[in-house]
Ligand binder design. Sequence first.
Ligand code: PA5
Length: 420
Amino acid sequence: MKPINISANSSLISEEELFVYEDRLKTAHQRLHSGADDYLGWVNHPMEYDPKELERIIQTAKKIRSQCQVFIIIGIGGSYIGARAAIEMLNHSYYNLLDQNQRKGPQIFFAGNNLSGTYHKELVDMVKDKEICVCVISKSGTTTESNIAFSIFKKLLQDKYGEAASERIYVITDKEKGILREEVNQKGYTNFQVPEDIGGRYSVLTPVGLLPIAVSGIDVLEMMKGAAGAYSQFNHPDLRNPCYEYAVIRNILYNKGKIIEVFEVYEPKLQYFAEWLKQLFGESEGKEGKGIFPTYLQFSADLHSMGQFLQEGNQCFFETVLNVQSFESDIIVPEGSLDTFKGKKMSYINSKAMEGVLLAHMEDDIPNIRINIPELSPYYFGQMVYFFEKSCAISAYLLDVNPFNQPGVEKYKRNMRKLI
Ligand code: PA5
């Protein structure tokens, strides 16, 4: 399978500038592959994961599909966004609205990713009369949002099913620590472990992401094949490795004052993948007063709101476009549209929008990197996750920050508890 690759011709970075980083890049590569730091379990995970555990995930997902009409996924941050990114990218755009026989899995809703009483009350009211299963995902087991949402849905299940509620509760948490693990031990819920050496934002290809993703009917085996493909493709420690070239370009641009990275998507299904990127880069790099601020725009919608700023506003940013090269379903513009458009595929017009933006931005020297993704499939989701995880970790090493901690997040969590 063709790997994802990058087009960096419009990044405005010269070969000479890139090669200045050659030695530092090799050091960063060695550090990543030496296993010297904590939380490096994700690096070899695509090659070393336990196939028996993956099979148990697939079988559990099958059971959940037969048990319920509605599946509630409870989690936040790294225990949520990756799964949602895959579920939204790889399923029908209107998955939850399809008839049950047109979907491969139950309706899927997310809880515990905010503290809105309205959101949770309305969700409970909407699903309470249906057959429900719940999956709570929390590495620490103590996160406020997921803890509260779990208590709400546990009560709903207990009121509805009595003792049998525990057969509808699935837990993904630490192997030993935390109150969720204690509860699993007491109640015997079906459970999976969050690997100790993989942090939240790097955990989508572990049970954290794979169980919920598999429930929606996505082929997770194929996803792991994609990640393994990326492991081999993006493993050589030099600038010909697109994953590393991207990391280096980001750092050069940052040192030139481009302190914001705008991830741009032309396909709405990529919205949550862009959210995942935001967390991955934001939490990995934003520390010690350093880091590129990641944000994302969805085109063409945001061209009509932010296009002006990009073209003529404060040039403190660079653009990273997620360029999907082919689509499974498409529509031809019919009669009744302007002559220029009619008879053409919408995906073709969308690609011309992308080229038009690129040309306009080139005129004003706006640096642009394109990540080319052959298609949206489980295989390429696995590739994309591994590509970005690795480029993010290398990029953070080049910036001289620890990509795998998040002391700032812990601070807010502590304060909120105290105030409550
Ligand atoms: O990436 C991270 O570490 C965070 O986003 C966590 O995943 C998030 O805070 C949720 O934590 P937990 O899984 O412990 O509930």
